[in-house]
Design a protein around this ligand. Structure first.
Ligand SMILES: [Fe+2]
Length: 385
């Protein structure tokens, strides 16, 4: 009986989604992203919620309190948004975390992570769920690799032109070629779509490049070339990136923040980073995936940022858990601001419900976490790699 009920409700969800698919296959939406009258635009990034249909209350409350203290103009869910393996459960978790934005009238978008699509449903079915709950993400070209590859323009404060642009990419899951192994990479047809669309944006902007940021779950391999020491030999597979082997402990002086696990990009590339350098529009890229890493580094002139998990039940570390806040300035895009909003800081806010939800009715724990993090930054940077 229970099984029949479950099948019926799953059938209902499928019927609803199939009815919604044609409606939401396009970018059509009433929402316009625009710089405010002060020429600012704020983006809050929530990465790797990575929970099932019953999202841990502390994760939801952390996101609520973060957005209440730092109101954003857009929220981006940076992949591994849900790991529920059933369509019905996946939809329930999307409803729960998008509701936080919808209740606050904050537009939201997402990219897929490697775990989102590890289920029977197709990515297109999952995209339809997000669209049902108001996501701005759309599939710009259904013929290219992945799903949800798109761009979101941000209008100038006077509304006369596209002043900034956001690229959202599906960085895939496991690489389907077992001889390559590791994670998938952004493919040549996605890169061609990016280059063509960037050209179009430039043309529409009187020949001037539109400054942009890129959001995709998995970091690009080039981060190893500028952040990690290269070994004089090739050995093993895990840290052999683009045919070169690296020592998995980064140079301490080449990044800010904390790196608590080696970055895990794909082992190969089809030229995505080179295309960014060639096009010259992207000033920063943002990634999740490595839950306990919160750092920013310069990679051939482009800022590469890893946003740690916001999920309290995903694998995580109290010293890095939180969300990333970008502040864009219309008159000086390259001078954008980026700051981490940490779980421990939010829990130490007056009237925060987080300590009670987590059963720690004391601020001592969070003060200790904050102190410990500072000690690592001060003297023991990367000690725990
Ligand atoms: Fe993840």
């Amino acid at each position: 009986m229970k099984k029949t009920k479950r099948c019926l409700s799953l059938l209902l969800v499928c019927l609803l989604l199939s009815a919604l698919l044609p409606v939401y296959a396009s970018a059509e939406t009433d929402t316009v992203l625009q710089f405010d009258e002060n020429g600012q635009f704020r983006i809050m990034i929530f990465a790797d919620i990575q929970d099932n249909r019953d999202i841990e209350e502390s994760t939801l409350q952390l996101m609520r309190e973060t957005l209440d203290k730092y109101p954003a103009d857009l929220v981006i869910f940076l992949g591994d948004n849900s790991v529920d393996r059933e369509l019905e459960g996946y939809a329930a978790s999307v409803e729960a975390f998008t509701q936080i934005c919808n209740e606050r009238n904050i537009p939201h978008a997402f990219v897929f992570g490697n775990h989102d699509t590890e289920m029977d449903a197709t990515p297109e079915e999952l995209l339809a769920i997000y669209r049902e709950f108001g996501s701005l993400t759309y599939d710009a070209d259904p013929d290219i690799y992945g799903c949800g590859n798109c761009n979101l323009p941000i209008l100038s404060s006077d509304g006369n032109k596209t002043a900034f642009n956001l690229w959202l990419f599906d960085s895939g899951s496991a690489h389907p070629d077992k001889s390559i192994g590791g994670y998938d990479c952004v493919r040549a047809d996605q890169i061609n779509w990016y280059k063509t669309t960037a050209d179009k944006l430039k043309e529409e902007n009187n020949g001037e490049t539109v400054p942009s940021m890129l959001f995709q779950h998995i970091i690009m391999p080039e981060v190893y070339e500028t952040l990690y020491p290269k070994l004089p030999f090739t050995a093993g597979k895990d840290y052999t990136i683009k045919g070169k082997t690296y020592f998995p402990v980064p140079f301490f002086n080449r990044h800010s923040g904390i790196i608590l696990e080696p970055c895990s990009p794909p082992f190969v590339t089809e030229g995505q980073f080179d295309a960014l350098l060639e096009t010259g529009d992207v000033i920063a890229t943002f990634h999740g995936h490595d839950h306990v890493n919160d750092f920013k580094t310069d990679c051939y002139g482009i800022d590469v940022v890893n946003v740690p998990t916001v999920g309290c039940s995903a694998y995580s570390d109290a010293i890095s858990r939180g969300s990333g806040l970008i502040t864009l300035y219309e008159d000086d895009p390259a001078a954008y601001g980026y700051e981490m909003i940490y779980h421990f800081d939010m829990a130490l806010e007056e009237n925060s419900l987080l300590p009670q939800i987590e059963g720690r009715d004391s601020t001592f724990y969070y003060k200790a976490v904050k102190f410990f993090r500072q000690k690592i930054l001060d003297g023991f940077h990367n000690l725990f790699l």
